[in-house]
Design a protein around this ligand. Structure first.
Ligand code: PLP
Length: 395
């Protein structure tokens, strides 16, 4: 069959994106009710949403933010990271996992990944620890939990705070426990491509009351009105700004959408699992590609389905395979460019070659479409397109 990129007929007549939200009439009704109510922001919906997320993941507290990046910024503040402190994270992630450290003046240290799970390699973390290291930001890449037991062991040994970037991992399970109940603080994002959406939105879950109070304050300009926290007291109108916080609040409109979406999370997760099974079964014996590895003792929430090209079996590079799949109308993507390849980080002095496994993975990876609202027919289109393109480019 002639590839679409060479003028052949594409597998699909319409474009299939790599991810997309699923909003139904019930979601819309919940949002409209808030629009008709007394509070658009800082009303009752936010706390209700926070309680529901905390109950779902099994944490004591949850603080919702305007987006996941703001939530990570809050966690870095609560952890007390400041100039001179070092924080270790993975290079295979969205820029926010590293940027949040810079926001508070800290220094980012990138630890290489494990070449099988694509998650941060705990032995590499330990090699990079200095007297300046204060925290670790492990990322549950694609929804597969990191080796939390090992990371917590290292954190305990060196007295470090673990801020888990679980933007991909809402609903994921590590040794029988939900992600969100294990690290010192855990971040989830509610961007439309993530498991559930609030338009923009994010949250930190924690079991630590001290962090909880700091997160609340940071979200709202560093201001408190709580009598137990005030340093001075002038009268019943009085509030106090004690830290340099931000306006990082989420709205009640968004929180209502989040509550409604959360009720569908388990259904969404099951559909993702079903489609992953279809992909795995279709691709396991295809020459030229490696399907994602699934670690024992964990259940991935399957935010992304990433195939790895065996480039020694193909006569083209990732670039040609990517373009050919796109021409078949398959919304492929690449997650991620190693963070320190970005010009901003290059400008800070990070050198190529820093994390060889991450850099090699970057050359070989392609993200295929995966989202609950796609149909089995869509999944089969992707499978047919991958077989067509890889088959053509095999040596
Ligand atoms: C989406 C995402 C974020 C940031 O979330 P926003 O809500 O978009 O700010 C952070 N880290 C990772 C790994 C993400 O995928």
């Amino acid at each position: 069959m002639k590839l679409a990129i060479d003028g052949g007929k594409p597998i699909r007549s319409s474009y299939l994106p790599y991810a997309k939200q699923w909003i139904d009439d019930k979601d819309i009704k919940q949002v409209i009710e808030v629009l008709k109510s007394d509070y658009l922001t800082t009303g009752p919906m936010i706390q209700r949403f926070e309680t529901k997320i905390a109950d779902y993941v099994g944490s004591k507290y949850a603080v919702a933010f305007a987006n996941g990046t703001a939530a990570l910024h809050g966690a870095i503040f609560a952890a007390g990271i400041k100039e001179g402190d070092e924080v270790i994270t993975s290079p295979i992630t969205f820029v926010s996992s590293a940027n949040c450290v810079l926001f508070q003046g800290g220094t980012v240290v990138f630890a290489d990944i494990d070449h099988i799970t694509y998650n941060i390699d705990p032995t590499k973390i330990e090699e990079l620890i200095t007297y300046k290291t204060k925290a670790i930001i492990p990322v549950d890449f694609t929804g597969q939990p990191v080796d939390l037991e090992k990371i917590k062991e290292i954190a305990k040994k060196y007295n470090l705070i673990v801020i888990e970037d679980a933007a991909h991992a809402l609903g994921a399970i590590y040794r029988g426990k939900h992600i969100g109940s294990i690290s010192d603080m855990t971040m989830f994002s509610f961007h439309p491509v993530k498991h559930i959406t609030t338009g923009e939105g994010g949250i930190i879950t924690t079991n630590n009351e001290k962090y909880y109070q700091k997160l609340l304050q940071f979200r709202s300009h560093g201001i408190t009105k709580s009598p137990s926290q005030l340093i001075n007291y002038d009268g019943p109108w009085y509030y106090e700004m004690q830290h340099l916080g931000y306006n990082y609040r989420i709205t009640d409109i968004q929180a209502a959408l989040g509550i409604s979406q959360l009720a569908k999370l388990d259904k969404f997760l099951k559909l993702r699992q079903k489609y992953v099974k279809m992909y795995n079964e279709a691709f396991i014996n295809i020459e030229g590609i490696q399907i994602p590895y699934q670690a024992k003792n964990v259940t991935s929430s399957w935010h992304l389905y990433v195939i790895r090209l065996k480039l020694d079996r193909l006569w083209v590079s990732r670039k040609e395979v990517f373009a050919a799949l796109k021409a078949e109308n398959i919304g492929v993507n690449v997650h991620y460019l190693p963070v320190y390849f970005h010009p901003f980080y290059q400008g800070l002095g990070y050198k190529r070659g820093l994390c060889p496994k991450a850099e090699k993975l970057y050359e070989e990876m392609i993200t295929l479409p995966l989202f609950p609202k796609m149909s089995e027919e869509d999944v089969n289109d992707v499978i047919r397109a991958v077989k067509k393109v890889i088959g053509y480019y095999l040596k």
